[in-house]
Design a protein around this ligand. Structure first.
Ligand code: TZP
Ligand code: MG
Length: 216
């Protein structure tokens, strides 16, 4: 069974892969984030620590099962074949990933689609496409979690993209607890974070802060 998209799922959106957790077990990290109350999880496995083939699929399956137990959407970054094989709830793609129209055609009726947009032109193009559930916008602040990140857009850039978008926007990139309120103040529906949660020493407190600032 797949979960439908709802904008409230963007409130405390955790993005993570093996590369983000060092020596720790990714499944254990994700489980503690689920227990703490995250509202969405994106499996974004990149770089040299990335598993391949059957191992990658089994890890994805395990993470999907965990998310399903908490009724939290399991979203796969980039990999349409993996998302389809795992019956993921959603797929997230960037501007340089597989062409968005192709992705929409491949997954229509099966899962929801999120798209990264970091410029007004990208948001305006996304507005013309049917079937996109939400936009991910950033990096809002400098990030150390993505080596090929687009230029930083800042809170003003985020506010501009939010005002142009016909879809709910989740902010991403370098978001710390001190910026959560300002991020949501732009009209973004929540924050998507890697390091804030992957490196948190108190997952419950951090997720509570993410949930507390968000307009209901
Ligand atoms: N896309 C834009 S910035 C980013 C991604 C995946 C990395 C976000 O990680 P962090 O640690 O929350 O800055
Ligand atoms: Mg991508």
């Amino acid at each position: 069974m797949t979960l439908d998209f709802s904008p409230t799922q963007l409130r405390a959106y955790f993005v993570c892969g093996s590369q983000d957790v060092g020596d720790r077990d990714l499944v254990a990290v994700v489980e503690s984030a689920l227990q703490a109350g995250i509202t969405a999880f994106q499996f974004r496995d990149k770089g040299s620590s990335r598993l391949t083939g059957l191992e990658r699929r089994q890890l994805g399956q395990r993470l999907h099962q965990l998310c399903a137990a908490y009724r939290v959407p399991f979203i796969v970054d980039d990999d349409v074949a993996l998302a389809l094989a795992l019956h993921a709830d959603g797929i997230h793609v960037g501007q340089s990933d597989q062409q968005i129209q192709q992705v929409l055609d491949q997954v229509r009726g099966k899962m929801f689609v999120g798209l990264s947009c970091s410029t007004p032109a990208e948001v305006e193009a996304a507005n013309q496409l049917a079937g996109i559930a939400y936009l991910g916008s950033g990096p809002v602040f400098p990030t150390t979690s993505k080596s090929d990140a687009d230029p930083v857009i800042g809170l003003r850039g985020l506010a501009t993209l939010v005002s142009l978008s016909r879809r709910p926007v989740v902010a991403i990139g370098g978001i710390a607890t001190t910026q959560l309120a300002a991020v949501v103040g732009t009209g973004a529906r929540g924050s998507a974070v890697i390091s804030l949660l992957a490196q948190s020493d108190n997952m419950v407190a951090t997720v509570q802060k993410m949930l507390a600032v968000t307009i209901a």
